[in-house]
Design a binder for this molecule. Sequence first.
Ligand SMILES: NC(=O)c1ccc[n+]([C@@H]2O[C@H](COP(=O)([O-])OP(=O)(O)OC[C@H]3O[C@@H](n4cnc5c(N)ncnc54)[C@H](O)[C@@H]3O)[C@@H](O)[C@H]2O)c1
Ligand SMILES: [Zn+2]
Length: 343
Amino acid sequence: MRVPLGDRSYDLVFAPDFSGLQRAIAALGPGRIAVVCDTGSAAHLGSLEAEIGRHPVLVLPAGEATKTWEQGGEVLDWLIRLPLDRKAIVVALGGGMVGDLAGFCAAVALRGVRWVAVPTTLLAMVDSAVGGKTAVDHPAGKNLIGAFHQPALGWASAHTLSTLPEAERRSGLGEVVKTGLLAGEPLWGRVRHWDGDPAELFALAEACAAFKAEVVAEDEHDRGRRAHLNLGHTLGHAWERASGYALRHGEAVALGLVAETRIAVSLGLATEGLQLEIVEVLERHGLPVSPPPVSDSALLAALALDKKADGDTLVIPVLRAIGEVAICRLSPAEALSRARVGI
Ligand SMILES: NC(=O)c1ccc[n+]([C@@H]2O[C@H](COP(=O)([O-])OP(=O)(O)OC[C@H]3O[C@@H](n4cnc5c(N)ncnc54)[C@H](O)[C@@H]3O)[C@@H](O)[C@H]2O)c1
Ligand SMILES: [Zn+2]
C-alpha cells in the first residue's frame, strides 16, 4: 500500500517474507545502511541479512525501558561514528520500541536521515509503522520527546510474526479490535469473526494499517481526525500507567474500549447492545475486559497527565455506533465515574 503524504509518501509493503526488500531499498537510491534491532527482533536478523546483505548492526536490550533519551544518545553516537552521511538509511527491525527509537534517531541525526520501518510485532504493523510518529520516553511520561519523521519505506513480513510471543500477539489484537471498531464494516465483521488463523491475522493487520494510513493522510499532524485513533486510549493509558505498566498496551486499550463505551452509553450516545458486542469480541480474542484493582487516586493522577487534555478537560473519542465516533469533553472525575456506571 502507499501511505499518501505528498512528498513524504511511502510504500508500506505486506509480504510473506523479506524477498524483494533489497530491491525496494535500492529503489530509494544509494546510501549506507545501518540496522537497529533489539534482542527479540534479532531472531530475524539472519533472514534480513540474507536479503539485504550484511551491514553494521546495533542490537539493543528489549523492552520499553530502552526507549529513552540516554539510549537514543548512544544510538546516535553509534550512527555518527560509523560514520553515517546525509544519504544513510537506518533500518529499524523490531516492534514499536525499536521503530520509535531508531526513527527518532533518524529524525535528528544530521538533521534527518532516511529510515526504513521493518515492523516485527503485530502492534507495530498495525500502528507504529504508519504515521511517522517517532519518540523516546521521559520519566514524566511516555513519548514526551519526539518528532514527526515519516519512514522512506515500510516492510511488514508475515514470517516475523511466527516467533512473536502469544502475549505480544494479544496486545497487538487490542489495536486490531480498536481499528475494526473505528473502520466499521466490512473490517469490523472480519475482526469480529477472526478464528485464530495466522494468515487472516496478517491480512487483518494490513487492512488496519491501510485504515490508519487513510486517517493519517487526512491529518498528518494530529489536529483533527487522527484523534479518533485514540479510541480506548484515554482510559486505557490511565490503567496502563496506574498499573505500573503491568498491563501491555493493547490489553490496556481493550479495557479502555470497554470503559469508554460505558461512558458513551451513560451519556446516551451509544446503546447497551454496542457495549455487549465489544465485550464479547474482546473476550473471545483473549483480551481483558475488567480492569485490575487500582486506586481512584492513581487513576485520576494518570488521567490528569493525558496529553490530549484541553486544560482540565479530557477530550475523549467514543463510539456512537460501529464505525461512528463522537468526541466527549469530561473532567477526569466525571470520566471515571461514568466509566464505572453499571459495574
Ligand atoms: N509511533 C507510533 O505511532 C506508535 C504507535 C503505537 C505504539 N507505539 C510504541 O510502540 C511501542 C510498543 O510496541 P510493541 O508492542 O511492538 O513492543 P516492543 O517493540 O517492545 O516489542 C515487544 C516485545 O517483542 C519482542 N519482539 C519484537 N518482534 C519480535 C518477533 N518477531 N519475535 C519475537 N519477539 C519479538 C521485542 O523484543 C519485545 O520484547 C511503545 O513504545 C509505544 O509507545 C508507537
Ligand atoms: Zn495504541
